[in-house]
Design a protein around this ligand. Structure first.
Ligand code: UDP
Ligand code: MN
Length: 376
């Protein structure tokens, strides 16, 4: 009897144990499933945020409009400034990760132009890769890596890598003649049209581009209107013979390529039937003038649109030393040149002339003192 009773107790105990185990198992399964669901929700959110981040462009979007007017320096200063950025590393893609709240005005109908709306092209040539591109890559290119493209005339693995595959071999000839220069400009222009960006800005490889100022300047203009923005290097419009109606003359302004210039998409689209697909080269050939002059001819003469002068663009046809340190942050482009021993460069405190003969490193540190290579 007692044997039977103890056997029954044992069975009951086993049933209870089994029940307990079953309940425990279902609870842990449930808990596991919930954790899994939460993780997958999180990763969806992360992916969504990442793709939203791609459309909502990079650092500059948070900055624009919030920068104090006079000084970029204060934006990046560490001392008690809400906009202070981290110490900047050349290889850091997220150079200006700052936490700011973006204020969007409900009254503005068109969204602000941001860096990501600009197609920035730099004309270069194989002989200048080594001597001119390094300083660009080290300085202002780091602020606009995704938006800037170098147009050259040869393949160059080293500089393809240095520019993160942003070096385009146009297939144009490597010389400074009119045809070669118009050929490169034609490819720059066609690539802009394909890019669907709002603005096309061209620069030479001896330009320093003050990227935030470029963005801020373009924000003042409507890309859906026709804009040709740049700076002439001559005091009066250029006069040439109209080859089709000799001896008539025509005159027009053009923006010097060496100072940089920008075209709005609206104007680019009006130029397209005349200048795309290599027609730019034919026009340059017809008037027998260089690429920047051909641009002025197309815009001002063929399309009857006017150049708008932007004083903050500077080529080395101007004496660089006349730009005062206090004005520098407001300028958009700078350049340099040297004829023998005579240097036309910015007069700026900073690195010595051996390290920084063209003053672009010092200029960059003047604008962004927190950059990794800047003295502190
Ligand atoms: N350039 C070029 N092919 C050449 C020589 C120059 O594409 O054979 C480019 C050069 O990279 C620069 C622009 O043309 O972007 C102007 O060249 P440079 O500054 O040497 O001369 P500048 O016209 O300013 O005196
Ligand atoms: Mn030059």
């Amino acid at each position: 009897m007692s044997y039977q009773l103890s056997k029954m107790r044992l069975t009951l105990k086993r049933i209870l144990q089994a029940l307990f185990l079953a309940v425990l198992f279902s609870f842990s399964t449930l808990a596991m499933l919930r954790t899994l669901a939460a993780t997958s929700n999180n990763s969806t959110a992360t992916i969504e945020r990442a793709s939203a981040g791609k459309e909502e462009p990079p650092w500059i979007k948070n900055f624009v409009g919030l920068w104090p007017d006079r000084s970029l320096r204060s934006v990046l200063d560490d001392e008690g400034n809400t906009f202070a950025g981290p110490v900047i590393d050349d290889n850091d893609n997220h150079l200006f990760e700052v936490t700011t709240t973006t204020t969007t005005s409900s009254t503005t109908t068109k969204p602000h132009t941001t860096l990501d709306d600009i197609f920035i092209s730099v004309k270069t040539t194989k002989n200048f890769h080594a001597s001119r591109l390094d300083v660009i890559i080290k300085t202002w290119f780091t602020l606009a890596r995704e938006q800037t493209w170098f147009f050259t005339d040869s393949d160059d693995e080293e500089y393809s890598e240095k520019t993160h595959n942003h070096l385009i071999n146009t297939g144009c000839s490597a010389s400074h003649n009119r045809m070669a220069l118009c050929c490169k400009m034609a490819v720059e222009f066609d690539t802009f049209l394909e890019s669907n960006k709002r603005w096309f800005c061209h620069f030479d490889d001896d330009n320093y581009v003050n990227v935030p100022q470029l963005v801020r300047m373009l924000q003042k203009y409507d890309w859906t209107d026709d804009w040709y923005l740049g700076k002439p290097s001559i005091k009066a419009p250029l006069e040439i013979l109209d080859r089709e109606h000799i001896p008539q003359k025509i005159s027009f302004w053009f923006a010097t390529g060496g100072a940089g210039f920008c075209l709005s998409r609206s104007l680019g689209l009006k130029m397209k039937p005349l200048a795309s697909g290599g027609k730019f080269i034919s026009i340059g050939d017809k008037i027998r003038l260089p690429d920047d002059v051909t641009m002025g001819y197309i815009v001002e003469h063929l399309l009857s649109k006017q150049l708008t002068v932007v004083e903050e663009f500077h080529s080395h046809l101007e004496p660089m030393k006349f730009l005062k340190q206090s004005q520098i942050a407001d300028q958009i482009t700078f350049s340099y040149s040297h004829y023998g021993a005579e240097m036309n460069v910015l007069s700026l405190d900073g690195f010595n002339n051996q390290i920084d003969p063209y003053r672009f490193l010092s200029l960059h540190c003047h604008l962004y003192p927190n950059f990794s290579f800047c003295p502190r």
